[in-house]
Design a protein around this ligand. Structure first.
Ligand SMILES: C[S@@+](CC[C@H](N)C(=O)[O-])C[C@H]1O[C@@H](n2cnc3c(N)ncnc32)[C@H](O)[C@@H]1O
Length: 201
C-alpha cells in the first residue's frame, strides 16, 4: 500500500502487524482502529489500499512498548492476532494495549487490568474511543474480583514490572485461558538495557 509521500506499508509476518522497511531499518505499525486519533502522540501514516480506500496506520514505538521491541527483536510468535481475545495484565495508561486493540480488531477484544489509579484514569479515557477495550481497575493478583467482567481468552499478556510477576500471572490462566491458549510474560532484565519477551505455552 502506498501513501502520497511514497510510504510503502507491507504486512509483517505477525498477523495484524505491518511494516515500513527502509534499507536495514524497519518501522512497525498497526492499523488504527480509530482513524484520525493518536493515543500517545505516535506518528500515523495514511495510505491507499488496492481498492483506493484510505487506511490509517499508527507507528508502534519499541521505545514505548516492550511488546513492540519483542516483535522487532524477532519473537517467534506473539499469539495476538486479528480476532484474538486478550487479557492484558499491567495495562498502565494503555500504550501497548492500544496496539493490541488495533491488532485484535473489531472481532477481537482486550481486557486491560491496571492497579494504579493515575494510569487507570488515562486507560479509561483511551478505552472510551476503542470499543474493543475493557479497562479493569484491579489487582491482577485477585482474578476472582474481575472474573465477572472477563470471558475466556486466547492469550494472557503480563507486563507488570513486579518481582513476583510470574506468580501474579499464574493466578489468571485457570480463570480465563482457553484450552490451547498462550501466555506472554514480559520481564525486566537487571541492567534494564533490554527487556526480552519470554513466551511460555
Ligand atoms: C511496565 S508498566 C506496563 C507498561 C504497559 N504494559 C505498556 O507497555 O504500555 C507496569 C504496570 O503494571 C501495573 N501493575 C503492577 N502490579 C500490578 C498488579 N498487581 N495488578 C495490576 N497492575 C499492576 C503498574 O501499575 C504499571 O502500570
Amino acid at each position: 500500500m502506498e501513501g502520497g509521500n511514497k510510504v510503502i506499508v507491507t504486512p509483517h509476518r505477525h498477523a495484524g502487524v505491518f511494516m515500513i522497511a527502509k534499507g536495514r531499518d524497519c518501522t512497525i505499525l498497526t492499523k488504527n482502529l480509530v482513524p484520525g486519533k493518536a493515543v500517545y502522540n505516535e506518528e500515523r501514516h495514511s495510505v491507499q489500499n488496492e481498492y483506493g480506500t484510505e487506511v490509517e496506520y499508527r507507528v508502534w514505538d519499541p521505545f514505548r512498548s516492550d511488546l513492540a521491541s519483542a516483535v522487532i527483536g524477532g519473537a517467534d510468535n506473539i499469539w495476538i492476532k486479528p480476532g484474538a481475545k486478550v487479557l492484558y495484565l499491567g495495562a498502565a495508561s494503555g500504550t501497548t494495549v492500544s496496539h493490541v486493540s488495533d491488532i485484535a480488531g473489531p472481532e477481537g477484544c482486550v481486557y486491560a487490568v491496571e492497579i494504579s489509579e493515575k494510569s487507570g484514569r488515562e486507560l479509561v479515557n483511551m478505552a472510551k474511543t476503542r470499543p474493543n477495550v475493557t479497562p479493569i481497575f484491579e489487582d491482577a493478583r485477585n482474578p476472582a474480583k474481575y472474573k465477572m467482567l472477563v470471558s475466556m481468552v486466547d492469550v494472557i499478556c503480563a507486563d507488570l514490572a513486579q518481582p513476583d510477576e510470574a506468580m501474579i500471572l499464574a493466578h489468571n490462566p485457570s480463570f480465563f485461558l482457553k484450552m490451547g491458549g498462550h501466555f506472554l510474560l514480559i520481564i525486566n532484565v537487571s541492567n534494564n538495557t533490554s527487556r526480552p519477551l519470554i513466551q511460555i505455552k
